[in-house]
Design a protein around this ligand. Structure first.
Ligand code: 5RP
Length: 281
């Protein structure tokens, strides 16, 4: 791997632990004002000190993150669809590599739709993005998007992750599933998990713990952090699981302690209640 590419990847997957806490706030690229992200700057700002990297679109990056921020950026470069469309797989590239470089990103990311109506286009786009990434030393994160009718089992997710790796993605984001350890063993690139729909804090921490125990290098979590009652407490608890090997129970105790700590109450980062906004999966 070229030095520049390796250096950028090490901003996301921390060499000190070999793990990554990525904060995903790119949901608006097809969901619009997702619950908890109505005002992205307000939601993101208090969480930045606890995230290793931030996954988002260029619009939110330019408008809602200070250019002086040291947070490494994983830029979403695919889109072109919305939740109003039944078939979500019809995505194309929405950002050039030139603009990604101008934004000084640490990685670029796009979704692939294995088995979806537009599988071919998404996989060819991944190949083109990897070619560009190799040229300029920018790592590519493939997101294995799951069509409405796909089963999220080990067989399907292993297929998607392996195809992403074969085409040349440098790391892959997928969902946790039963038998996740087998998926990781069959995937020659680092795997991070999405958090998925909001569940209880304990369940989200259990999910993170299991994923790490099964070989994931980290989480790329969105709703289970920013839709939490106490987002700062939650990201700090997730961090403890990912980087410090906390059990889910111990991390939940940390979450509760930070949430209930008077000093932290004002800065827990809860800015908006998750409202009935469009959601997916
Ligand atoms: C959508 C994405 C999102 O970033 C991701 O899935 C959101 O994370 P979470 O599921 O934890 O809210 O890549 O395709």
């Amino acid at each position: 791997m070229d030095w520049g590419l390796k250096n950028r990847l090490s901003r996301i997957i921390k060499p000190s632990t070999g793990k990554a806490v990525m904060l995903a706030v790119d949901h608006g690229y097809f969901l619009g004002p997702t619950g908890g992200l109505e005002d992205p700057r307000k939601t993101i700002t208090p969480l930045l000190p606890y995230a290793d990297s931030l996954m988002l679109t260029r619009g939110v990056l330019r408008q809602c993150v200070d250019a002086g921020s040291p947070i490494p950026i994983v830029l979403r470069v695919s889109g072109g669809n919305s939740i109003l469309e039944e078939e979500l797989s019809n995505e194309d590239m929405t950002v050039s590599m030139e603009d990604a470089i101008r934004l000084n990103v640490s990685a670029v990311t796009l979704s692939i739709y294995v088995g979806g109506a537009h599988q071919h286009k998404s996989l060819i786009n991944l190949g083109k993005l990897v070619d560009e990434g190799q040229k300029y030393g920018i790592p590519v994160l493939a997101v294995t998007a799951v069509g409405k009718e796909m089963t999220r089992d080990e067989r399907y997710l292993s297929l998607s992750c392996r195809i992403a790796a074969e085409i040349g993605a440098h790391f892959v984001k997928t969902y946790y599933c039963e038998g996740f350890d087998k998926l990781v063993k069959k995937c020659p690139i680092p795997v991070v998990i999405a958090g998925g729909k909001k569940v209880s804090e304990m369940d989200a921490l259990e999910l993170s713990y299991r994923a790490i125990s099964d070989g994931a290098v980290g989480v790329d979590m969105g709703r289970n952090i920013f839709q939490s009652d106490a987002p700062v407490a939650m990201i700090r608890a997730v961090r403890a699981v990912v980087h410090e090997g906390y059990s889910a129970k111990r991390a939940y105790e940390l979450y509760t302690a930070i949430k209930n700590d008077k000093k932290n109450k004002k800065t827990n980062g809860r800015m908006t209640k998750a409202v009935a906004a469009p959601d997916f999966d």
